[in-house]
Design a protein around this ligand. Sequence first.
Ligand SMILES: Nc1ncnc2c1ncn2[C@@H]1O[C@H](COP(=O)(O)OP(=O)(O)OP(=O)(O)O)[C@@H](O)[C@H]1O
Ligand SMILES: [Mg+2]
Length: 377
Amino acid sequence: MTIIKVKKESKDFYKPDQSSDVQDENQLLKNSLNYLKAELNKFKEMPLLVSEVKKVIGNKVIIKVPNGSHFLVNVAGNLEVCTGDLVLVEQRSLTVVQKLENSNSFDVEDFVIIDKPNVSWDEVGGLDDKIREIKEVIELPLLKPEIFVQLGIDPPKGVLLYGPPGTGKTMLAKAVATSAKCTFIELVGSELVQKFIGEGAKLVRDLFKLAREKAPSIVFIDEIDAIAAERLDLGTSGEREVQRTFMQLLTEIDGFNSLDNVKIIAATNRFDILDPAVLRPGRFDRLIDIDFPDENARFKILKIHSSKMNLSDVSFEQINKDIEGFSGADIKALCTEAGYFAIRNDRNYVVHEDFINAVSKLNNMSKEDTNYVEMFG
Ligand SMILES: Nc1ncnc2c1ncn2[C@@H]1O[C@H](COP(=O)(O)OP(=O)(O)OP(=O)(O)O)[C@@H](O)[C@H]1O
Ligand SMILES: [Mg+2]
């Protein structure tokens, strides 16, 4: 008897639960059916074309579809579009159905660095002659254009800084921008090539437009060799693209007046591969060679980079003799390295020997570098 009772009880107990299981499963299947249906619909949906609005005419617009053709089309609903917007259009009637957020998708301001660098002339060691020359060519025309008008001479539109790596070219450009107190627009040549495939020429155009709007301004093109290298054979489309970007750059430089309050500074450590076209008078007609620092300059750079270090009995005159051929960047690395030797010896001050150790470490490193070059060519 007892057993039956238990059985009955347990049956009653499980009954509602079982049906809820079935309901749950049913719901699950329904959900997945809906999901799959929705997925299937996605495959059936006609793709929308991405186009650019060229002109608004009353309640219609002229769009440019990706193949380059222009069409006069309607705009759906009360969508508001304006020239330059990126929109989605329906394929058959080309009616504009949606505006893409972030429309002015290609806004040059997002891609270049516009800032006020913070490098003072005091931080640049040696290079006094070069600093004077840059000031004359870039800063003076921006600050006092009337002098040039009175004299009746055209200041150069820009300068090209060239020389081995780590000698302070980028630094000089930043120092000029800091002291001239003008907009500084920086563009790195190699990035231009990598990131803006197909858009390089447009970017250059927009860049100079921006520079004019924000004048007085300095356009700084670092690593210009990436776009202005001389090419013998334009085999790949990538190279043709770079060439187009380069031609646009030349056009822009030709197009503005030297008193337009826009100056260009370009920098390269591969002067040998530059296309002679950039060096033609009227473009970068002022070339400034930034070479390895001489003894005097090295001493100054050592002082600059060690100015914040806690030193004890360090004779820079002596160290300076051992670092011939070091660039400014090498000297900066030397100071950091010397600091590390002090850390390893549990000191909170840097002694002469730390610098000696650092010199031999850096010398060994550069030797390894050359071995590597010899090995792999
Ligand atoms: N004349 C200098 N005075 C003080 N510091 C220098 C000098 N030259 C180089 N340096 C140091 O080396 C660093 C690198 O220099 P910079 O970036 O200007 O080199 P670069 O000439 O542009 O090299 P690259 O051709 O490789 O771009 C600077 O941030 C600075 O700390
Ligand atoms: Mg540089």
